[in-house]
Design a protein around this ligand. Sequence first.
Ligand code: ADP
Length: 498
Amino acid sequence: MKILFAASEAFPFVKTGGLADVVGALPPVLAREGHDVRVVIPLFSAIPKEWTEQMSHETDFEVQLGWRRQYCGVERLNKDGVTWYFIDNKYYFGRPYIYGMGGDEYERLGFFCRSVLNMLPLIGFQPDVIHAHDWQSGMIPALLKIQYRHLPFYEKIKTIFTIHNLQYQGIFGIREVQDVLGLGDSLWTEDKLECYGCANFMKAALVYSDLITTVSPSYSEEIQTAYYGERLDGLLRARKADLFGVLNGIDMEDYNPRTDPYIAADYGPDDVGGKALCKQALQEELGLEIRPDVPIIGMVGRLSNQKGLDLVDYVIADIMRQDIQLVVLGMGEGRYFNLFSWAEGEYKGRVAARFTMDHALAHRIYAGCDLFLMPSQFEPCGLSQMIAMRYGTIPIVRETGGLRDTVLSYNEETGEGNGFSFFNYNAHDMLHTIERAVSYYHGQRDVWKKLQHRGMTGDYSWKHSAGEYLRLYEKLFEEKKPVEEKADEEPNPVVVDI
Ligand code: ADP
C-alpha cells in the first residue's frame, strides 16, 4: 500500500508531545511490513541542523491561498525505510515558536494542508491512503473531498484521521478561513464545516474523513459523551460506525533501559540493580538529597490542566508530608510553573522542577524514579505511563482513556495489576493512592518487585497496533455493505450528509 502520513510534528525532527512520538514511530513499523510509507510535516525552524543538512530539495511551486501566492518548497530525507517530506516556507514556519502566538494559525496550517495536496502530483506520489493527524492537518480530508475529488489524480485517494487530543480543535473565524482556503458559503452549514458559528479544522476532518481513529479504545468511547466530547460528541456518535480506538505503542528501542545512552547504568527486568545507580545519579544531577531509601515520584509532561495538575496543587502539602521526593519536567501554564517553582524552594532537596523540553533528562527521570504520577483529567492515550513501566517505574494514574487501557491497579485479592490507580477526579483520592503506593515501596518489597517486573516485561511495541491500522487501511477499500433494514425496526434517525 502507498500511505502518506500528514502531521505537524514527528520525532526526532520536531516534538512538543505524544503526537510526534506516534508519527515518528508508526511509519517505520509499517514500512518494515513492505508498504511505501511517506510522511509530510512543516519545516519548522525548530528542526535541528543535523537533520536539515541531510535534506535534499525535491521540488518547489507556488500555492494560491485566496489572494496570496506563497512559495512552497518540498525537502526530502530518507530514514528508517520511510521518505520524510518537509514543507518549506520561511514566512509560515521559520518563526522562533512552533505553534500559536502569530494569530494566523489558520493561515499557516491552511497553507500546510493545501500544500500537502498540491505537492502530490509534482512529486509523483499518488497515495492509496492519506492518514492525517490532529487538527493541524484536519483540512486535508475536507479539501480533498470538496475541492480535489473531481481531478482524476485524487479520485481514489481515501482518508483516515486520527484524533490525538480532541481538546485542541483549531477554531477560527469562518471569514478568515474562507479568505485562505476559498470554501464557498454553501459549505458552512452544521452538517458540513460550520461549528457553533466558527470554522473548526478538527470538525472538518471528522465530517469528511472516510474513517476516524483515536489513540485508545477507552477514549474512543469517552469522546462520544458530553463530558469528554468537547462539543463534538454528537458528531462522533453519528460517526460511531467509522470510529475506532487503536492504542498507541512506544518506540521500544528508543526507550530501552538496557541500551539507553542517556542513563547512568543499564538494567533490565531480571537485574534491576542498575536502576539504583540511575536513581542516585538523578538525585545528584537535580540537587536532591542523596538517599536510596526514599521513593522518588516523577512527572514528565505538558504542564496543563489536562494532566491533572490542579489535583497536585490542592494537596501538595499532604503529598510532601510523606517521606518522598518529587521530580517534575515540563513546559506549559504559568500557574504550574509557579506551583513547582514554589515547591522547589519550600521543600529544598526534596523537590526538583525543570521547565524545559529535554529528551535526555526525560529518560533519566523515567529511569531514576520509583513512581510515576499521571492523574490526568482526560488522557487520549498517554505514552509516559508506558515509558515509565518500561523503566521499572510504577505508574499512579487516574482511570481514564489510555491510562485505563494500560494500567491495572494492583489488586490485593487476586495479585493482578501493574500499577496503582483511582477513578474519581478528586485530589484526596489521588493522595490516598499515592500513600498506598508509597506503603508498598516501604512495606511490601515482594509486591513492589512483582509490579516492577510486570511493567518492564509488558509489550508496548507498535506491532499489534500497526496491524490494526493496516486492517483499517484495507477496510477503506472494502465495498460498503448496504445496511439490512428489518421491517419491525425504526429506521436510523441520524443522518449525516457528507
Ligand atoms: P501528550 O501527548 O498529551 O503531551 P503523552 O504522554 O502522550 O502526552 O506524550 C508525552 C511525550 O512527550 C512523552 O514522550 C514525554 O516523555 C514527552 N515530554 C513531555 N514533556 C517533555 C519535556 N518537558 N521534556 C522532554 N520530554 C517531554
